[in-house]
Design a protein around this ligand. Structure first.
Ligand code: ACO
Length: 376
């Protein structure tokens, strides 16, 4: 007789490991990095310091972290063969697919198992440099070299734009990067930890993680939020638009979350950030769609405890910064490289191959196994 298993398709509430990196308070609406409230870190703490906290366990002695600032600046010098491989990518490729190729190309054979901090610094520093280079070349523009005097987030914007970025926009994107830097055992981090558990290298694990982040049930939602707002067009159409969409059994992007059955704390903070950078008409439209979307979803699923998720106001903030929707999920991934690195190091420090099981429901097993081959 086969052993009996209880299948748990979404692994909801299943504890698959231990971590000291971040805590997601799903019922209280909290996100904590190494004991610090992520919402507070998103009030001006530079990404270098947030990454320092995630990677080293304690905040740096000064902001921005001198150690991370130096390490990331040094890692921005990228070997010619890697740059040439990125330059050979088809320019019509969406930036998210290009970034997946970039992460793969970053695995040039120099990284091995176990992953090191230096592997992580290269991943965090080089991904935005190469993505910005790809985006500019794909648009027929000259690539812009990194600017060592700028912080991580400002440098990314400067490399995309070819001009000094606006201070308010940098502050908004810095808050976004802080809030998106890590999030417990989300789907892409789980995939990354599974990959590391097989003794693969960090670039390979991050490539697998990005492939997972891409899906619209995870990190692929924010550009769809923008499309939704465009389709609604004006606040007075929101209620009807939402009702019709749900009647067609289509998803409302930017709503619902597997872990949060309370307000998503990242969304609350990004709503505040949106008020500082967004066009007031776009913000009013988003707020109406949020209100009508929640009313309709809660009416349809009264016991589900549905709230807007991080992607809803992410879209409004990233639009206001001037990023095109095709760069929303790639930018999410750039922010998440710090969390992915922290999880790779933590997994490798106390590793056991992650290899669960399936509840076999195929043709009978036991004495009638294997099935006889057809005669003839
Ligand atoms: N639009 C329409 N229906 C929804 C939505 C939504 N946004 N969210 C939940 N529901 C429905 C579910 O389909 C389910 O219906 P059912 O009972 O008829 O099957 C019911 O509400 C209850 O759903 P939950 O169990 O609370 O949601 P679950 O944990 O399965 O899914 C998920 C979470 C995948 C994020 C879902 O809410 C969703 O698809 N949202 C839209 C996509 C999105 O915004 N993704 C970004 C997530 S944030 C992130 O990963 C960074």
């Amino acid at each position: 007789m086969p052993q009996e298993f209880r299948a748990d398709p979404g692994l909801e509430g299943v504890i698959v490991g231990r971590s000291a990196i971040s805590w997601v308070g799903g019922t209280t609406g909290e996100l904590v990095y190494r004991g610090f409230d992520a919402r507070e870190l998103a009030r001006g703490v530079p990404y270098e310091s947030v990454a320092h906290l995630l990677l080293h366990g304690d905040p740096p002695a000064a902001d921005p972290s001198p150690e991370l600032t130096a390490a990331l600046a040094a890692a921005r010098g990228i070997p010619g063969p890697i740059v040439r491989a990125v330059d050979a990518l088809p320019p019509q490729q969406p930036p998210l697919d290009a970034l997946r190729s970039i992460l793969s190309v970053l695995g040039d054979g120099s990284g091995a198992y176990p992953p090191t901090l230096e592997d992580g610094y290269r991943l965090i520093a080089r991904s935005p440099v190469l993505l910005a280079r790809f985006v500019r070349r794909a648009a027929g523009q000259e690539p812009v070299p990194p600017r060592p005097e700028l912080g991580h987030v400002a440098n990314y914007l400067a490399m995309l734009r070819g001009a000094a970025p606006d201070v308010r926009q940098v502050a908004a994107l810095q808050a976004y990067f802080a809030l998106l830097a890590d999030h417990g055992m989300n789907a892409s981090t789980f995939v990354l930890r599974i990959a590391i558990s097989t003794h693969t290298d960090l670039a390979s694990a991050a490539t697998a993680a990005l492939g997972t982040l891409k899906g619209p049930l995870h990190g692929g939602a924010p550009s769809r939020v923008s499309e939704m707002l465009d389709a609604v067009g004006a606040p007075e159409h929101a209620a009807e638009w939402v009702r019709e969409r749900l009647a067609r059994r289509e998803l409302l992007y930017g709503f619902g979350h597997r872990a949060y059955k309370a307000e998503d704390p990242r969304g609350l903070r990004l709503h505040e950030v949106a008020r500082t950078v967004a066009d007031p008409r776009r913000l009013a439209l988003a707020e109406t769609v949020e209100r009508e979307g929640l009313a309709a979803l809660r009416a349809a699923h009264p016991s589900a405890r549905i709230y807007a998720n991080v992607e809803f106001y992410s879209a409004v903030v990233l639009e206001a910064i001037g990023l095109p929707p095709a760069l929303f999920t790639p930018t999410f991934a750039l922010a998440r490289t710090a969390g992915w690195t922290a999880h790779a190091l933590e997994q490798a420090a106390d590793n056991r191959l992650i290899r669960p099981d399936l509840d076999y429901v195929g043709p009978p097993t036991g004495r009638r196994w294997p099935r006889p081959l057809p005669a003839g």
